[in-house]
Every structure is written in structure tokens, then in C-alpha cells.
Design a protein around this ligand. Structure first.
Ligand code: GDP
Length: 386
């Protein structure tokens, strides 16, 4: 996942940083004292710029330099500036006044206008990777907010300012609504009832089987329930997984009431001390009133602990739209994105949480029962930048 997007994001960060380097050099050339405006002086801005813990000279010596920045107050050197020595030489041999001039010229090197062309490229990159439009906007806003008016000093002291700004903006949209799935399961009264929704063919049945394996690995027993009483062959499909995993399946005849199936599974779990009930539902479109009525009836009568929406990462924008619509029609608690192993874009993984306000909890990463990964926003963002 993310192979295409990774390259585009790294293109954005290096383009902006390159631009900043060029501007800082150009501004230093323009304003450094005669005879000193050389390339090496400009580089000196980078090399000799103190880190955030020692940024005293520029502000002390050039108090009226218009920074135009939003630098955080706690990074402002003004307090330390009061203690700065009046005039002395640093190891470069420049007086602090000279150095301050160079530093002051290099201060406001990232502003909105400079950024805009790069942000336009970034927007295109996100949209072409199937990131939802509103989510792309949110990421751009985040990057802009994190970067606009930042100083050269801070850039050179972190070295990763642009990348960090992008990371943070991505993390903010990816991590919406995150909760600890295992903790929630552990805290709930047993049996824990989890119901799955989503359209057909996306890997819903396989995901239920994978979660049965997931719980088994954590010492929790499961019973499966086929609440998809609509589709011919659904019982057999789930029965196959149940047989493979040696799990009990509760099913009724095709056409019967899904609530009754899940109710029976809950009763079975209570009678047999089973920890978790995993209930499939019919995979029809959210626009199908019958399905939504069924979900509502399950909600009313069973009151599941969680309703998880399953869709395939490879469906990109379609998956994002379905997540939004399912959530509006029958509130979900979280999502599982399958076939992440076959999705080079990653747009759905980036968008679903922000669009629904509910977290992605798992990624399906293959066809085997243990091809299920807990969705960790931090790790996902790392993957985008490693
Ligand atoms: P359902 O109709 O939504 O229940 O879909 P199924 O569970 O039957 O899955 C449809 C197909 O997708 C099957 O061939 C599964 O093996 C495959 N599949 C499910 N999850 C994944 C996944 O995470 N990665 C890959 N590559 N294939 C998957």
C-alpha cells in the first residue's frame, strides 16, 4: 500500500525544502554586507544557524526584522534575547551584527504564496491517489498551517520541517476516532456481539473468519452467525470458513429473519460460555431500505457492542463514499479495509476515518486467515515516509 503516494509525498517535501534553500541563499546574497554576499555565506546561514535552544543573536541584534511568522511563543527567542551579549564574535569570525543580518534575511522564507504552487501539486498527488476531496483539503490546510511563516532557523534546526508538517497533517486525518479495539472488547460484557456491514464481494465473510482467528490468538472463543439470509450460498460460504477454523456457525434458512439468527447465536454464546459473536449481514447497498430496516431491527433487538463496516481499499473513492453512506444510514463504530495488499494508492485508508468520524480498525492484507493487521495511525504515517 502507498507505493505511488509515497513517491509523491517525498517529491513535495523535497521540492519545498529545495525552494526554501534557494530563497534563503538568494535573500542572504541580496542583503549581506558588500563583499560578503557569496554562496558560502548563504550556506553559512544553514551551517551556523543555532538550534532552537540558542537562537538569541538574530532577534537581539535585528529586533525590527519583520519575521511575518507564526513561530510558537515558546520558540520565540525574545526572553533569552534579553540576556544576549551586546556584541561579540562567534567561531565564524563574524560579528553578531553581521551574523544577525544574514539570519534576519533568512527568516521568513516559507510563506503562503511560495507554498501555493507546491500545495497545488500536493493536492493533485493526493486526489490522484484517491484521497477524498474534503480530506485532501484538510491535509493541505494542516500543512499550510504548520508551515506558513516558519523560519529558516527552525527549518535548519529540525531539518525535517516540511516532512513533519505533512506527517502531522496526515496523522490528524488518519487518526480520527481511534480507540483501542482489544480494550473495548475486554471491557465489554460477554458475549461481545460484533455485526458486520458492507456490500458483497469486498471480503466481509473472509474478514469475519480472520477476526475469529484473531480472537482465538488472543484466547477468546467465537461463534459465527450468518445474518445474510438474503443471498443464496451465503450459509455455505461462511460454513466453509467455520469448518476451516473449527468454529460453530449459527444459520437459518435463506429468507429468514437475520435478527433471529444473531439472537440465536447470542443465546448459544451465553449457554456455551463463548466470548464473541461475529454476525454477518446481507451485503446490499445502503440505499436498500430493506437492508437498513434489518440493521435497525438488529440494533433494536440485539444492541450489538460494535457494528463494523467492511470495504475494500482497492475501491478507493467508492469505498470512501460507501463508508460515508453506510454510516449515515446505520451508524458504524469502525471500519475494516480489505485488500490493502492489492492497493497501491492508499486513498481510502487515508480518507475513511475523517469522512465518517469512525476509525479504521483493521486492514486485510491477504487471503489467509492471519492476513489481518491492526490499523495503527502512527505506523501508517511512518510507512508513508520510510
Ligand atoms: P464477501 O462477499 O464480501 O463476503 O467477500 P469474500 O469474503 O467472499 O471475499 C471475496 C474475495 O476477496 C475472496 O476471494 C477473498 O479471498 C478475497 N479477499 C478477502 N480479503 C482479502 C484481502 O485482505 N486481500 C486479498 N488480496 N484478498 C482478499
Amino acid at each position: 500500500m502507498f507505493d505511488g503516494l509515497k513517491d509523491k509525498l517525498s517529491g513535495f517535501t523535497s521540492d519545498v525544502e529545495e525552494d526554501v534553500d534557494e530563497e534563503a541563499a538568494a535573500e542572504a546574497d541580496e542583503q549581506a554586507p558588500d563583499g560578503e554576499a557569496t554562496d558560502s555565506d548563504a550556506e553559512g546561514v544553514t551551517d551556523e544557524t543555532p538550534g532552537p535552544d540558542a537562537p538569541v543573536e538574530a532577534d537581539a541584534a535585528a529586533p525590527d526584522a519583520d519575521t511575518g511568522t507564526d513561530v510558537d511563543a515558546d520558540e520565540s527567542p525574545s526572553e533569552e534575547a534579553a540576556d544576549a551579549p551586546e556584541e561579540s564574535e562567534d567561531t565564524s569570525g563574524r560579528s553578531l551584527t553581521q551574523k544577525a543580518k544574514i539570519m534576519a534575511t533568512g527568516k521568513t522564507v516559507i510563506d503562503e504564496a511560495d507554498l501555493q504552487k507546491h500545495l497545488d501539486d500536493l493536492e493533485l498527488a493526493l486526489l490522484s491517489s484517491d484521497v477524498e476531496m474534503g480530506v485532501a483539503q484538510e491535509i493541505l490546510e494542516g500543512v499550510k498551517e504548520n508551515l506558513t511563516g516558519q523560519t529558516r532557523r527552525r527549518l535548519s534546526s529540525t531539518g525535517n520541517l516540511v516532512r513533519d508538517a505533512l506527517r502531522e497533517a496526515l496523522y490528524d486525518v488518519i487518526s480520527v476516532g481511534q480507540f483501542d479495539f482489544d480494550e473495548r472488547v475486554a471491557a465489554a460484557d460477554k458475549p461481545v456481539v460484533i455485526v458486520f456491514t458492507g456490500v458483497n464481494g469486498v471480503g466481509k465473510t473472509t474478514t469475519i473468519a480472520k477476526l475469529a482467528q484473531y480472537f482465538e490468538d488472543r484466547g477468546l472463543s467465537t461463534v459465527l452467525a450468518n445474518g445474510d439470509t438474503f443471498r443464496a450460498g451465503a450459509n455455505e460460504q461462511l460454513q466453509k470458513h467455520a469448518d476451516n477454523l473449527e468454529k460453530k456457525l449459527i444459520s437459518h434458512e435463506q429468507g429468514s429473519d437475520p435478527t433471529a439468527v444473531i439472537y440465536d447465536a447470542v443465546e448459544y454464546a451465553k449457554a456455551n460460555d463463548v466470548d464473541v459473536v461475529l454476525g454477518d449481514t446481507a451485503g446490499r447497498l445502503h440505499t436498500n431500505d430493506g437492508l437498513m430496516d434489518q440493521l435497525e431491527k438488529i440494533d433494536r433487538n440485539i444492541d450489538p457492542d460494535m457494528t463494523l463496516f467492511v470495504d475494500e481499499a482497492v475501491a478507493g473513492q467508492d469505498a470512501v463514499n460507501r463508508a460515508r453512506e453506510f454510516n449515515e444510514a446505520a451508524a458504524i463504530d469502525g471500519a475494516v479495509l480489505t485488500k490493502a495488499d492489492a492497493d497501491p494508492q492508499g486513498g481510502a485508508a487515508i480518507s475513511v476515518a475523517h469522512v465518517t468520524g469512525k476509525p479504521i480498525l483493521f486492514l486485510g492484507t491477504g487471503q489467509d486467515y492471519d492476513d489481518l493487521e491492526a490499523f495503527e495511525p502512527e505506523e501508517i504515517v511512518d510507512r508513508l515516509f520510510d
